[in-house]
Every structure is written in C-alpha cells, then in structure tokens.
Design a protein around this ligand. Structure first.
Ligand SMILES: [Zn+2]
Length: 672
C-alpha cells in the first residue's frame, strides 16, 4: 500500500470518528397511513438500542471505515480513487462493493443526525469527493467498468453483464444521497446521485426488458423513490415505474430474480431472498407514491405465504443455499436455478438455513413499508421479530465481526460443508451484510415511531427521547423509560403540552397488556397485534402513560409440516428468540443429548455479566446420551436413562460470542 493510500486510510478512519448535521424534515410518502420521522428526531438515551447505537458508531463504523479505505481484504474506497485517476491500480473486490461503500456512507450520515459532529461530517465529504471524482461526465458511475475504461479495455461499457450489480450499486447511492442530504443539507452526494439518475433516465428512456434482467438485487426501486422524495424530480419516479414495469416483459425469466412471472401474477415469496424482499419493499414504495393497486395486490398473498409457510421463527428468510426453483419444478421446462433462495412451503432446514443477514434486513424493510402503507401492527410485529433476532445475529456484540448466513442450528461436525463461515468474521467476499447491518442499527430510532395527522405511533420500545411535529401540528415531545426488550414495562412521559392521540403497539405475542394514565388503569382491552389508541386529549407536560407488556416464557412449536422441527420446541420471551449454546451445557452433556420436558418450566433472569447483559432463561431439562453415531445412518433404538439437568438458554442473537460453539434454537421435546 502506498503512503498516499495509507494517509487516506488514516483520514478515512477519522471520517468514522465523529459526525455533524442538523436533522431536517423527512419527506412524506404520498399515500402512507403512517409517516416516518426524520432521522435524529428520536434518540436512544440508555438501554438496549442505545448500547447498540454506541457500538455501531464507536466500533463498527470505524472498523468498517478502515477496512473500506483499502486493506488486504479489499479496497472499496480505493476503487473510486483509481477510477478517478488519482492513483494507479486495478479494480479489486466484488462488483457490488461500490454499493457497500454507499451503505457505509448512509450509516455514517444516519449517525450524524444524532451525534452532530462537524469533523466527522467533513470526513464523510472526503469519501464523497472520491466518488464524485470517479463519476463519468455523463453521470455513469460503476468502478469496475470505469477502471476498465481507464485501462483501455475496448469491451468496457455500461450494463453489459447482469451480474455487474450496477443498478444495485446505484440504488444504494440514491438512498445514501437522500439520507445524507436530509441530515446535513449538503448537496455534494445528492448532485452525484442526480447525475447518475439522469444518466439512467437518458439511457433507459426506451429500454428493453434486457435492462430489467440486468437489475439483479433491486435496491434501485427503493433508491429511486428515496431520490424522488428528496428532490421531487418526477423523472426519477417515472424511471422507477418504467424499470419496474419492464420486469413484466421479460421472456424466459427465472425465479432467482423474481422475473419468471409478471409481478401481478406472483403469489409466493420465491427465489433469491434478498432480491425478493428488496423487490417487495420497492413495490410498496412505488405503491405509496402512485397508489397503483396492481402493485399492492400481489404483496398481500406473498406476505401471507412468507409468514404462514416460509419464514423462520427468527424472522429469517431464505431456506436454501442453491437449487432449482420449487415454484417452477412441476413443469420440467420451467425449472430455473436459484441460490440463497426461498424454498418450498414449510421447507425450513435449521443447519443449512441460509437466512442471509441482508434478506432478514430486507424482510424488515419490506414490513416497515407495509406498516407505513396500512398502519397495521402485524407488519411491525414481523419487523421487530427480524430486528431482534435474525438481523442482530448478523453482527458480534463488539460490532466488528459478521455472519453472512444465520442458521438456527450448528453442530460439530456439520453434516455438510457450507460455503460461508460458521463463525463471525471481520470480512467476507460478499460484504453486503455488514454495512447493511450498520445502517440498520444506526437508523433504528427512526423505526421506533411514526406519525399521522393528530397521532404519534409508538412502534418499537426503548429508552429515549422524541421530538417531532405531527402533520398539521402540534409538536410532540416525549420521553420513554424502559428496559425493553428485557422488561415489558414502558413508561412514556409527555414533556410538552399538546392535544394528540398516542398509539401504542401491542405486540402480537403479548396477551393481557395493561395501560395506565397518570396511575389510573384504562379498562379498554389491549388486543394483541393492534395499536391501542389513547384518543385525543389535552396532554400536559408531566403526564405519564404506563404500558405493561407481560413477558412470560413462551414455548413455541412449528406446524407439523415443517419436518425439521417435528417434536421440537423453541423458547421465546417477548420479542426475543432463545437458543441453547454449548458453553452453557452441563459438564459431560452434548447438544444432541438435551431434551426439553413435556411441560417446560423456564424462567427469565437478568444476568448483567453475561453477553453484555441479557435475560437468560433457566429451567430443568433432561439429558439422554445420544451415543456414538460414527459411521451409522440408522440403528436399533436402545433404552437409555435420562438424567435431570439444569439448562440455561441465551438470546439467539448473542450466540457465538464466546468462541466456536454448537447451538440450536429448536430442541427435542421429551415424551414424558
Ligand atoms: Zn448480504
């Protein structure tokens, strides 16, 4: 590495040390039942999400900034410097690494909305400067091709290879630019994004379906809508609509990119799970802006297919590593290859679960948008499930190591070699997930609330403050005090007089929720999976709403059609899914030996010294030696004595923070 690049590495490290920028109003979707808040209007003050936000800005972003400044792993930022002609070199890394870098800038910008640090803001500009310098005069921006052009490759040209991920990268550029502009008011990244979008408008004014085929992993529907909302330039919305419509004209498409069938005919969650969830999220964005019912119609059956037949208990998505599309399989001629994909209905293997972190984030992005469109709590239930379990599991507690896949069971040895690491690592060749996780955590306070005329919506609970203006007024200023998700008790204190409705999400898992206002109990039933409305009243500063969401340990079982979970149970408390990890096994007991009693009696206990402070579940269980299965597929069952053991389960998202281990979410249920 040259001294110049080393110096840039140091500079970029500084980029991720501090942040600045006033929060400005979020742009409003056109047909939303609920509007999002502007980043920075809601802030965590302590507890679960404050800890994760701090880890994100103090550990994750600096480490990722250093990595992306150019290391032995790869050279994200340096690719832009080479494309700009500032340094010599070749492109290194995956073709979607530009998009990963944009996601990092988005995460850093979201952090600026809260932390307001001028120096850090300036360092983000350092990265944007390299991006702007790399951009071609006509607006095209994709470092693998730009570097090939610079090196005289006669075949270098835009949109030649569907696996170049140009649209994916540009989609993330558009979203990052919208967030950066909204937070800082600066136009430097927005100008780059507009030039790139204008290039797309000019290039694809009469596009062929081949263009749609080249748009794998479609972040660009969300991105173009974000850019449209930020600029109000109608061409960007028109382009998003046109590119979406092009999908329906593809012939000989496949399920891997969800283009075998026209979108309106789709009823199942199918194909590559990241691409699927990004497509569905983009369709909701387009629906919100256009009101086109044809975009909405397929989303309900696809969502139902997901939650009733294809989603892991953790909110994870995508059961398969590789294979043929189950949707086309009955017709031999229509079989298409899929990878990292949704499987058949009820096909939810645990050891070989793909459940990519990006797919699980995509699940939350999709459900968040479905919630904005409808105001229905069932969508926030899925988003919350994914956030606390299969999204957070993608990163280590120290914020610097990452999973690509999030299996629900890991054994030693694995029955089959799998492509991705079974321990979290600082870098993987598909580096899409780590910056995706960083931006999700950095933006989590934005998911916690919503607003609509006369109402403030409380979606995710966590200790923090909120200050916003409802559409048409008034201003709302609140404070939340809670230990959620470890405790279901939430106290919301009004900090400014005003007349508005408070809408409290009653999670689908919560029965017998109760609500008090200034100590007086409300008699109205709080129904699970709804929002409880505290109707317009003249709130006075100091008024307090107390919400109690009982969190008994719940014993979960799967539909018997899920073969892998037959006669097994999993434990859940509040939104947290638990697992058994081998460091917690009693001496001499193996993971395969453990059985849960027919009537489990597990209780939660907060352990401040374990895994950064978590509620563990403890209770009696049984161990029956599984014996030696070496070289055997079957054997005659032998009577074996079970012995009583005490078991401790930990939150699934915290597993594999104590070294390599075995782990299982689902555990066999004892017959006795
Ligand atoms: Zn990913």
């Amino acid at each position: 590495m040259s001294d110049r690049i080393k110096s840039k590495t140091r500079s970029f490290l500084l980029l991720l040390a501090l942040f600045i920028g006033p929060a400005v109003s979020a742009q409003t979707p056109g047909r939303a039942a609920v509007q999002p808040l502007a980043l920075g209007e809601a802030r965590w003050t302590s507890g679960f999400w404050a800890d994760r936000f701090d880890t994100c800005i103090h550990r994750t972003l600096p480490a990722m900034g250093a990595l992306m400044a150019g290391t032995n792993y790869s050279q994200f930022l340096v690719n832009f410097e080479i494309a700009a002609g500032r340094v010599e070199g070749r492109h290194r890394g995956a073709p979607f690494n530009d998009g990963d870098f944009y996601k990092l800038l988005e995460a850093a910008s979201a952090a600026v909305a809260v932390t307001h640090d001028e120096f850090f803001d300036n360092r983000i500009d350092f990265g944007i400067d390299a991006i702007a310098a790399a951009q071609r005069a006509d607006g095209y921006l994709h470092t693998p091709e730009l570097i090939a052009e610079r090196r005289g490759d006669p075949n270098a040209a835009p949109f030649q290879d569907r696996n170049n991920f140009e649209m994916y990268n540009l989609g993330h550029l558009f979203t990052a630019a919208a967030v950066h502009h909204r937070v800082t008011g600066k136009t430097n990244l927005l100008t780059v994004a507009r030039k790139a979008a204008d290039f797309l408008c000019a290039t694809f004014s009469n596009a062929t379906p081949e263009v749609a085929r080249s748009s794998v992993c479609p972040s660009h529907y969300m991105g173009l809508v974000d850019l449209y909302r930020e600029t109000r330039e109608p061409r960007y919305l028109e382009l998003a609509k046109a590119l979406f419509a092009l999908r329906d004209r593809i012939s000989n498409g496949g399920d891997d990119n969800q283009d075998r069938l026209p979108f309106e005919q789709q009823t199942n969650a199918m194909g590559h799970a990241v691409r699927a969830n990004y497509l569905y999220a983009g369709a909701v964005d387009l629906f919100l802006e256009t009101g086109d019912a044809a975009l909405w119609r397929p989303l309900e059956p696809i969502w139902t297919n997901l939650v009733e037949r294809k989603m892991y208990l953790t909110g994870g998505c995508g059961a398969l590593y590789d294979g043929a599309s189950p949707d086309g399989a009955r017709d031999q001629k229509s079989i298409t290859r899929v990878h990292q994909a949704y499987g058949r209905d009820y096909q939810l293997p645990n050891v070989t679960a793909h459940s990519e972190t990006c797919a699980n984030i995509g699940n939350a992005l999709w459900n968040w948008r479905m919630f904005l469109a409808t105001g229905e709590a069932r969508f926030m239930d899925v988003a919350e499930l994914a956030f606390y379990n299969s999204v957070l599991s993608g990163g280590s507690l120290d914020g610097t190591n990452f999973f690509y896949t999030n299996p629900l069971r890991v054994t030693e040895p694995l029955p089959t070699p799998l492509r991705w690491s079974r321990t979290r690592v600082p870098f993987m060749s598909s580096f899409c997930c780590p910056p995706n996780l960083a931006r999700t955590v950095a933006e989590m306070s934005g998911y916690a609330y919503g607003k609509s005329p006369g109402a403030i919506w409380l979606n995710l609970y966590g200790a923090g403050t909120l200050e916003t203006e409802l559409p048409g007024g008034p201003r709302v200023k609140l404070r939340q005090e809670t230990e959620y998700p470890w405790s279901g008790r939430v106290r919301v204190v009004v900090e400014q007089d005003g007349e508005f409705t408070v809408k409290l999400r009653i999670p689908g898992w919560c029965h017998n929720a109760s609500i008090r206002i200034n100590g007086a109990a409300l008699n109205d039933a709080a129904i699970p999976a709804t929002y409880f409305d505290i109707h317009p009243r003249a709130w006075r500063a100091g008024d307090a709403v107390e919400l109690d969401l009982p969190m008994p340990v719940r014993v979960m079982e799967a539909n018997p059609l899920v073969e892998e979970d037959v006669n097994q149970v999993a434990l859940q408390r509040g939104p947290i899914v638990y697992c058994l990890e081998s460091p917690d096994l009693p001496r001499g007991v193996r993971l395969a030996d453990v059985m849960i009693p027919a009537n489990p009696k597990f209780a939660g206990r907060y352990d401040s010294r374990l895994l950064g402070g978590v509620v563990v579940l403890e209770g009696p269980a049984l161990a029956r030696p599984a014996g030696d299965w070496t070289g055997r597929l079957y054997r005659e069952s032998q009577p074996a004595e079970s012995k009583a053991i005490n078991l401790r389960l930990i939150p699934y998202f915290t597993w594999q923070n104590r070294g390599p281990s075995e782990m299982s979410v689902w555990l066999p249920r004892s017959g006795g």
